[in-house]
Design a protein around this ligand. Structure first.
Ligand SMILES: O=C(O)CCC(=O)C(=O)O
Ligand SMILES: [Fe+2]
Length: 204
């Protein structure tokens, strides 16, 4: 079995059983580095903007990150390589788990020290398109003492803390897992991605 098909098989099993999983190194190291370099440079150039919460407003007490949405048809080479990999994963998971996933949307996110994202669900109100959440982390040499865990709340009332180590990909079913981003002591970079079904009521 190739590394990639092994990765897809373990993700399929874990999602079917637990509804979430972490893939330690789904992308080649150079691709992770290229994304991290681009994200940091775009952040320095102020191309990331304060993120919005459901009510279409920026409220930094709920959510403190800045984001840049990938534009299909106008992606940089690192963004395109990431999007191609996620599309391949989407098609495989959709077929094996019968999820009806039709596309992905992705953005860079940077949380400055002290910024977090309060406990939430990724499904937007009045829009059930997001089925699978994927967060790909870009931070070299992250230590648990740096904070910044993604805290994933499980159905039995416990939680798991996932640290944003460069190259790891967290996947979870968007409608089932509340989660929050805990504040960190250093900049925290990621690509957040949602695999979507055709929303009920959507045209075309
Ligand atoms: O960066 C993370 O670990 C998760 C971000 C998140 O929950 C979101 O963007 O909805
Ligand atoms: Fe989220």
């Amino acid at each position: 079995m190739t590394t990639r098909s092994h990765e897809f098989t373990s993700a399929t099993r874990a999602l079917a059983v637990d509804g979430w999983c972490v893939l330690p190194h789904p992308l080649p190291l150079e691709q992770t580095r290229a994304l991290a370099g681009e994200c940091a440079a775009m952040h320095d150039a102020r191309q990331l903007l304060p993120a919005r919460t459901g009510a279409d407003r920026a409220d930094s007490s709920l959510r403190g990150d800045s984001t840049y949405w990938f534009h299909s048809g106008a992606m940089s080479a690192p963004q395109q390589a990431f999007a191609d990999h996620m599309d391949e994963l989407r098609v495989t998971l959709s077929r094996r788990l019968m999820l009806g996933l039709v596309d992905c949307e992705s953005h860079y996110a940077v949380y400055r020290p002290g910024a977090g994202y309060a406990r939430h669900l990724d499904c937007l109100r009045d829009d059930d398109a997001r089925v699978l959440s994927a967060v790909f982390y870009l931070n070299d040499a992250w230590q648990e003492a740096d904070g910044g865990a993604l805290r994933l709340y499980l159905a039995d009332g416990s939680y798991r803390d996932v640290y944003p180590h460069a190259g790891s990909l967290l996947l979870f079913l968007s409608a089932q897992f509340e989660h929050e981003v805990l504040p960190a002591t250093r900049d925290r970079m990621s690509v957040a991605c949602w695999m979507r079904q055709r929303a009920i009521g959507a045209n075309g």
